[in-house]
Design a protein around this ligand. Structure first.
Ligand code: ADP
Ligand code: MG
Length: 238
């Protein structure tokens, strides 16, 4: 099976500081990978590297997305290929209504996702005074409209109350399944993972992948009992 995403021995610098050290991860078509780790472990840095953020320099290693060398592509080419991101803190876009942006995305990506989920937000200035939950819903509708092959979500649960979490997770699950979209999800919440049911989990600690496993329950239990530190000893490698 060809992977959707393969990250091989990736080292990433922020300024002259080495943040990610020899990261190797794989995501197969339609598969979900959960990435966990303490604050400052390097999760968002990995997301930035995938996105092509120029503040984060690739020191060495490879990223292959749908068989293409991702690192040779500009951020917009990556998006066009089917790599989509849901942001932890999406910016306010002054003077632009969500509806206008959704139509633009639809044009660029031949999207066909209906906007129903974000009905109440369509004619508001994007993210301006949106609640945490509304921001996530607006983000989700935008990325689903991009026809993604791989969705990267950094901390879906931050700012979401139980009710909105349910709405967002239900919509997300349905679309992942229906359109066989692969997922890389960063979360601190075992409850989110119970809903999403990822096939794999990876734990990041001080810029290294210290555990990869398909036994999500076991890893979550270890974290619950001992924190991330213990993951280093469990020697789970896929
Ligand atoms: P996480 O998302 O796992 O909480 P981050 O990837 O945001 O962690 O950060 C990992 C480490 O890299 C932290 O020590 C953070 O301070 C550092 N870092 C991230 N971005 C930069 C940057 N642009 N310049 C300097 N240090 C950075
Ligand atoms: Mg982060």
């Amino acid at each position: 099976m060809t992977e959707i995403l393969e990250i091989k021995d990736l080292q990433v610098l922020a300024g002259d500081k080495l943040i990610l050290k020899n990261i190797s991860l794989k995501i197969n078509p339609g598969e979900s990978l959960a990435l966990m780790g303490a604050n400052g472990a390097g999760k968002s840095t990995l997301v930035r590297a995938l996105l092509g953020d120029e503040d984060y320099k690739i020191k060495s290693g490879q990223i292959t997305f749908l068989g293409k060398n991702l690192l040779s592509l500009k951020a917009e080419e990556r998006a066009k290929l089917g790599l989509a991101f849901v942001w932890q803190q999406p910016p306010v876009i002054k003077g632009v209504e969500l509806f206008t942006l959704l139509n633009l995305i639809q044009e660029i990506h031949d999207g066909d996702y209906d906007y129903q989920l974000a009905d109440a937000l369509l004619f508001r200035e994007l993210n301006n005074n949106f609640s945490g939950g509304e921001k996530k819903i607006a983000e989700l509708v935008q990325v689903l409209n991009q026809n993604p092959r791989l969705l990267v979500i950094d901390e879906l649960d931050s700012g979401l109350d139980i009710e909105n979490k349910k709405i967002v997770l239900t919509a997300l699950k349905k679309e992942l399944k229906k359109r066989k979209i692969a997922l890389l999800i960063i979360t601190h919440s075992g409850a989110v993972l119970e809903e999403i049911k990822p096939q794999k989990i990876a734990i990041l600690r001080q810029g290294k992948v210290i555990c990869q496993s398909r036994d999500i329950k076991k890893v979550l239990n270890t974290i619950k009992q001992y924190g991330y530190q213990k993951c280093e000893n469990c020697q789970n490698r896929l």
